[in-house]
Design a protein around this ligand. Structure first.
Ligand code: NAD
Length: 362
């Protein structure tokens, strides 16, 4: 494998392989860019078929975190880690503590959090060995990020509605939510409280019905969700659901949701949405509420402050739509450009010597 060529492709700064044969630890930490601050990103545990698959995944995910933090206005860089193993079988205290020591050895260059396959309990084990972990339980911890992600998506929907229809009221708007999990259940509450008509689905019907009972949302079958006549289609389950098979079926004006990697192919599918005059809220911008919340933990957690910062997603998205319009780009391209420009500009102001140690606020 041409390792340096691979890292150079997307300009990654550092990749750390962590190994303990006796304990069975195999992990990779990827740091993409620390121009804005320490690289923050979750630790994913997954049974990868090969080391090459794990490496590709961690490189892709860490780069995405750079863009996400930059667009969210945070002074954090992009990083991510993967532990190679089966999250249902291979988890134990010693594995996570061993991994925590590798994180500690990076001295704060990388800060971890939970991700697919890891939980807040695993973070507690990691915390036994390092201070560079967020999303922990107890005092100072920010807890479950999903209510904050939902709050951010709610404000992002309002911004998208404002741009598309001229008013940000969601009252009497119709919204179809795919997935009735952690984020969606909080989101449905915000939406129905404002008077929106919400349709919701889940492959586990009882999960969706629970949300319906709590909020007055209406249940639809999983396959029928794409066909619901609505103002906003909200992916809140899996990635890749916006693709050439589903886009022709959508009967919405806006796609705005919590799921990561909603577009199967970013260039192709953002173009296809634009051709159908459907406004796309770039997923990594609208779903940054959880990251913003966790970042707040680094400065001494305060829930009110976290909520106020999550609300900035509204203006960030409006800026993106306006930039896209002014510069004749798609919203996703405008979001990427905005993130890249912010990194370049912050790097520029940091050239100047101030005579004082650099103050770092996330
Ligand atoms: P979750 O696992 O609690 O909920 C996902 C739900 O989707 C589950 O109930 C699942 O049964 C359902 N589902 C799966 N496939 C489906 C399908 N084909 N049709 C309908 N329903 C289906 O996850 P979550 O924490 O609510 O996150 C939802 C999405 O948002 C994920 O893509 C996640 O990566 C993303 N996200 C979450 C957060 C967060 O703070 N939790 C932050 C950023 C992004």
């Amino acid at each position: 494998m041409k390792m340096f060529e691979l890292l150079a492709e997307q300009d990654h700064e550092q990749v750390v392989f962590c190994q303990d044969r006796e304990i069975g630890l195999k992990a990779i930490i990827a740091i993409h860019d620390t121009t804005l601050g320490p690289a923050l990103g979750g630790t994913r545990m997954w049974n990868y078929q090969s080391t090459a698959d794990a490496l590709r995944d961690v490189l892709r995910l860490s780069r995405a975190m750079t863009y996400k933090a930059a667009a969210a206005g945070l002074n954090l860089g992009g990083g991510k880690a993967v532990i190679i193993g089966d999250p249902n079988k291979d988890k134990n205290e010693i594995l996570f503590r061993a991994y925590g020591r590798f994180v500690e050895a990076l001295g704060g260059h990388y800060i971890t959090a939970e991700d697919v396959g890891t939980s807040v309990y695993d973070m507690e084990w990691i915390r036994m060995e390092t201070q560079y972990v967020t999303g922990v339980l107890g005092p100072g911890g920010s807890g479950d990020p999903s209510p904050f992600t939902a709050y951010g998506v709610y404000h992002g929907m309002k911004a998208s509605t404002k741009y598309k229809f001229g008013s940000d009221s969601l009252s009497n708007r119709t919204i179809a939510i795919q997935g009735a999990g952690h984020v969606a259940s909080h989101l449905a509450e915000y939406l129905t409280k404002e008077g929106a008509k919400v349709y919701i689905t889940d492959i586990y019907r009882e999960k969706a019905e629970k949300v319906c009972d709590a909020t007055g949302a209406i249940y639809v079958d999983p396959e029928a969700i794409y066909d619901v006549e609505c103002d906003i289609f909200c992916p809140a389950a899996l990635g890749g659901v916006i693709n050439p098979r589903t886009i022709p079926r959508l009967k919405c004006s806006i796609v705005a949701g919590a799921a990561n990697n909603q577009l199967e192919d970013e260039d192709r599918d953002s173009q296809l949405l634009a051709e159908r005059d459907i406004l796309y809220a770039p997923d990594y911008v609208i779903n940054a509420g959880g990251l913003i919340n966790v970042a707040t933990e680094l400065e001494g957690y305060n829930k009110e402050r976290a909520l106020r910062r999550v609300e900035t997603i509204y203006n960030t998205l409006l800026n993106i739509y306006q930039k896209a319009e002014a510069e004749n780009m798609l919203p996703l391209q405008a979001a990427n450009r905005l993130a890249e420009e912010r990194i370049a500009k912050v790097a520029r102001i940091h050239r100047h010597y101030t005579g004082h140690p650099r103050i770092h606020r996330v």
